[in-house]
Design a protein around this ligand. Structure first.
Ligand code: FAD
Length: 335
């Protein structure tokens, strides 16, 4: 008999879930069609506690950052290669209006938002940031599970597998949308440039609208664009120009030489929360997806919830359970 649990997809969601299953002694198999289109290969893996112009707290950060760091640290120990590192973000004010608005929040009697550090005339610091090398996580676990015979390369068909498994958990990134079509999915394409530069502090991400992420050995990435779109993601001339402009602003005018340009799709939901759980009408079908722009942060804690569910029948948190979107007699209205 094949293993009772089949994980479909080995992006960061399937990797975190497979890892958590392995640690818990759950017998599983994982199938992956190839990392070419995986958002996890393209994404930057930044775990940022505050985002946006209003410095809103990142949903799930304070509750889950400990689990995320612990999981990536445990993987590091097992594979013998760095996978996660602590960082700081220096966020430059975009313009005078942003400087005035944000400076007011540090005024007399005001407390800076949590995780926000000192400011100066040009910008301010965001602390407690991490960066996960998601491409390395994928590559290392792929090699590990190929060696152990757990990973099968190729597309899995849910219809063909359903009769042979207790549960099939979809971790297929943007590909999961059709199987859970009652969820109000939102797709956002994103582009990133890779290139060469000099003089960056390896522990500091520069940010002004977009970010510059130092990778060491004079390599860096600049990203990411965000374009709500139903179509596939492709590198575009407009995306390249937008990111090259950021590189000119944050580095010297000709301080960044482009060596690569990639695009991926983030599959998120209208309520900006991830989705896990069983399909309401086909409970043998499970999901860990809808990770939007936060896959590297959210995947470890969601994987832990799946393991607790499989081993002790623990219910999923209501705020992330995919069932929150399901309306039995009028599924269309949930959209
Ligand atoms: C430009 C960009 C920048 C980003 N930056 C960040 C960031 O800084 N921090 C952060 O946390 N997140 C970031 N993200 C988001 C992050 O990349 C995603 O949340 C995350 O990668 C989603 O992971 P996933 O495992 O769900 O899907 P994916 O990474 O897309 O992986 C899905 C995998 O499933 C496989 N698959 C699909 N269908 C099947 C099937 N039927 N059979 C077998 N295999 C299948 C695919 O081949 C693929 O390998 C970024 C995304 C983009 C596009």
């Amino acid at each position: 008999m094949p293993p009772p649990v089949l994980i479909v997809g080995q992006g960061i969601a399937g990797s975190a879930l497979g890892w958590a299953c392995e640690q818990a002694g759950i017998d599983f198999e994982i199938a992956d069609a190839g990392h070419g289109p995986a958002a996890s290969r393209v994404g930057a893996g930044i775990l940022n506690p505050v985002t946006g112009r209003r410095l809103a707290p990142t949903w799930g950060f304070d509750a889950w950052i400990g689990q995320s760091v612990a999981l990536y640290r445990a993987m590091e120990a097992a594979v013998g290669r760095p996978l996660i590192r602590p960082m700081r973000i220096y966020r430059r004010f975009r313009d005078a209006a942003e400087r005035a608005a944000l400076s007011a929040r540090w005024g007399p009697g005001e407390v800076a938002p949590a995780h926000v550090g000192p400011r100066d005339a040009d910008g301010f610091w965001i602390e407690d940031v991490w960066q996960v090398d998601t491409a390395a996580v994928l590559a290392e676990l792929r090699a590990r599970w190929l060696r152990s015979g757990r990973l099968r390369i190729g597309a899995a068909s849910v219809a063909a597998e359903a009769a042979r498994r207790d549960v099939i958990i979809l971790c297929g990134g943007a590909e999961v949308a059709d199987a859970f079509d009652f969820v109000p999915w939102e797709r956002a394409a994103g582009e990133i440039l890779s290139g060469m530069t000099t003089g960056l502090d390896p522990g500091v991400i520069l940010h002004r609208g977009h970010w510059v992420l130092p990778l060491g050995a004079d390599r860096a990435r600049v990203g990411a664009t965000y374009e709500v779109s139903a179509g596939e993601a492709r590198p575009t001339p407009a995306g390249r120009a937008e990111l090259a402009q950021t590189a000119r602003e944050l580095l010297a005018p000709d301080g960044f030489t482009v060596t690569g340009h990639e695009a991926g799709v983030r599959l998120g939901t209208k309520d900006r929360r991830p989705c896990i759980g069983r399909h309401p009408t086909t409970p043998r079908l499970g999901l860990l997806g809808g990770l939007g722009s936060k896959g590297a942060l959210w995947a470890p804690a969601l994987a832990r919830q799946w393991v607790n569910h499989l081993t002790e029948a623990v219910r999923f948190d209501r705020e992330v359970d995919v069932g929150r979107f399901f309306r039995p007699c009028c599924a269309d209205e949930a959209r």
